[in-house]
Design a protein around this ligand. Sequence first.
Ligand code: KIV
Length: 283
Amino acid sequence: MPKKSIFDFMERKRKGEKITWLTCYDYPTAKLMDQAGLDMILVGDSVGLVVYGYPGVEPVKMDQMIYHSEAVRRGAPNVFVIGDMPFLSYHKSVEDAISNAGRFYKEAGVDAIALEGGKRIAPQIRGIVDAGMVVIGHIGFTPQSSAALGGFKTQADTAESAMVLIEDAKAVQEAGGSMLLLEAVPEEVAKIITESLRIPIIGLGAGAYCDGQVLLVADMLGITELFIAKFEKKYTNLAETMLQVFKEYIRDVREGKFPGPEHSNKMKPGEAEKLEKMLRKTR
Ligand code: KIV
């Protein structure tokens, strides 16, 4: 299946065909997502919590995002890959934002970059877009501002705060953003934004009206013990399977059941006897 472009996603919105998106941080998982026919991958800064064990996304550095994006790009050549700009990689100035976004393109070969914020970040979105790159906005609950938002909670659940969010959504589109991720937003508000904007709106905890959905891969596979929000769907419990396999391996090695003859190599015919003779001469 050929890799889709932002124009294909616009067309999908027009036709009412849903867009599928997942987070991913590594080569083998990206390969499977490519084989499954997924539309888009976000190399999210959630890598900080899921892979590095940080308490939040704030410690994640540009270099880490580049390394993971490179691996995902290699694993999923047919999927639209988005690099997530980490905390403070785009806040200081438009120039800084452009050069960090450019690193994702030059060093990891991504198709777009994602950044958090609406109106307040519009100049950075405009700058990156004017430099020829594709920007995906992210508003609602924005993990990089978790402390300022008072921790994880649903956003825009009053009429006043919903008005602010709708203005932020419009600001992303007006600044040249090609798509918008809405996280932890009531479905009524997500519906208004989805129906009033030209660009595709992707939901994470934003209900069924959005043009597409995104989930965190570790949550959907059940390989994390981190807090899982109500809106995440755990499709399986890989942690349980992995734990069983690790325990089985430990038991097998301790009891001499692994490696068996089928996992062992042999010398060429006659060579073991020859070696034995040679060793005997040295004794
Ligand atoms: O980094 C990430 O995984 C995200 C998700 C919340 C989509 O931004």
